[in-house]
Design a binder for this molecule. Structure first.
Ligand code: PLP
Length: 387
């Protein structure tokens, strides 16, 4: 009998992939399933980006690249950060990653160890807690409250910090709630953060904001730049989830550690994808703007429809492409609701508890689907709940 290391029994998962598998199984059985479960844009990658990837392959970019990523891509990222976040960052501090996830994986590996505490958003992306527990560190939830628009309260975060706190993770716009943290809370956090605490700011949805909301990047605060890790990438903004392309900005003192983790794990991101990434950042942005306009239209359809469902109460999400209604008025717990919506109404969603220990009254709807399908899904759920 082989024995796995103890960390493996603490490693969690992302339920979205299980729901996707069950939805696919029901489809194979001939059921018509509307997928509002998966968190990926339903648009293709912009054509010129695909072409740039193909051209790179034809031009012979078939070998390893530097582990940190090719310089022209890191320069394109630096220019994009300067344009969108108004901050000058040296390409030396930028690391190209195979998606957004490896940045959180590496950051948590770097700071997590038995005896350490890491604060993470709850409800939040499930991999944060999973990885913190894997390292043996204590996972301390930052509760995101519905009444605060699912933004963190800086006072609560600062009160939870102890001498053992090594890292805090923040995510705005947030998954699964669509919540956007207001500037005042970010500034209060920055002002009060003790120097021994590093921050991982997951800004993967930075481009996805509604109603004129602004993106407040932690990168804009020089006070924390020596201990801030910024996570961003191409998956959501450019509909490139399957390409596996992301980037991170690291403090000068620890970028070398991040690159060493790259060398020890994936070596580098495949070359053609990196060239596609340059085309995405430097080329026309109309496909991104078109996609965002479509998400906004869907948001304006789904929120009132969710609000009108018996027992549902739904906040207006400021960003990303998720709605996170409170379903306590239905009398059903979230997992039962998820199962009934999928098995009886043929609508895939994800129950709140997949995103944390403070989310059992919520269910996540991803509106990365057509207006027609969203409309049909809401009609089906309405019939189920009032039937
Ligand atoms: N961070 C958040 C908050 C996410 O929701 C996701 C994906 O759903 C990621 C990071 C990971 O992105 P990627 O698919 O690029 O690894």
């Amino acid at each position: 009998m082989t024995t796995l290391a103890p960390g493996m029994s603490r490693l969690g998962t992302e339920t979205a992939f299980e729901v996707l598998a069950r939805a696919a199984e029901l489809e194979r059985q001939g059921r018509d399933i509307i997928n509002l479960g998966i968190g990926q844009p339903d648009f293709p990658t912009p054509e010129h980006v695909v072409e740039a990837g193909i051209k790179a392959l034809r031009d012979g970019h078939h070998g390893y690249t530097p582990a940190q990523g090719i310089l022209p891509l890191r320069e394109a990222v630096a220019a994009d950060i300067a344009a969108r976040r108004g901050v000058e960052v040296s390409p030396e501090r930028i690391c190209i990653m195979p998606g957004g996830k490896p940045t959180m994986f590496f950051a948590i590996l770097m700071f997590g160890a038995p005896g350490a505490e890491i604060l993470y958003p709850d409800p939040g992306f499930p991999i944060y807690r999973s990885m913190i527990e894997y390292t043996g560190a204590q996972a301390v939830p930052i509760v995101l409250r519905e009444e605060n628009g699912f933004a963190f309260s800086a006072d609560e975060v600062l009160a939870a910090i102890t001498p053992a706190t090594q890292l805090i993770i923040v995510n705005s716009p947030g998954n699964p709630t669509g919540g956007v943290t207001p500037r005042e809370e970010v500034e209060k956090l920055v002002a009060g953060l003790p120097p021994h605490v590093a921050i991982l700011s997951d800004e993967i949805y930075a481009r996805m904001l509604y109603d004129g909301r602004e993106h407040v990047s932690l990168l804009a605060y020089p006070e924390v730049r020596d201990r801030l890790i910024l996570l961003d990438g191409w998956s959501k903004a450019y509909a490139m989830t399957g390409w596996r392309l992301g980037y991170s900005v690291w403090p000068a003192g620890i970028i070398e550690g991040a690159v060493r983790l790259c060398v020890n794990s994936h070596s580098c991101v495949n070359a053609a994808t990196q060239y596609a990434g340059i085309a995405a950042l430097e080329g026309p942005q109309d496909a991104v703007n078109h996609m965002m306009a479509a998400f906004d239209e869907r948001r304006r359809l789904i929120i009132p429809r969710l609000q009108a469902l018996p027992g549902f109460d739904c906040q207006d999400p400021g960003g990303a492409f998720y709605a996170f209604p409170n379903i306590s008025g239905t009398g059903l717990d979230a997992r039962t609701m998820q199962t009934r919506l999928l098995e009886e109404a043929g609508v895939a969603t994800i129950a709140g508890p997949s995103f944390g220990i403070h989310a059992d009254q919520y269910i996540r709807f991803s509106y990365a689907n057509s207006l027609e399908k969203i409309d049909q899904a809401m009609t089906r759920i309405g019939a189920l709940l009032s039937g």
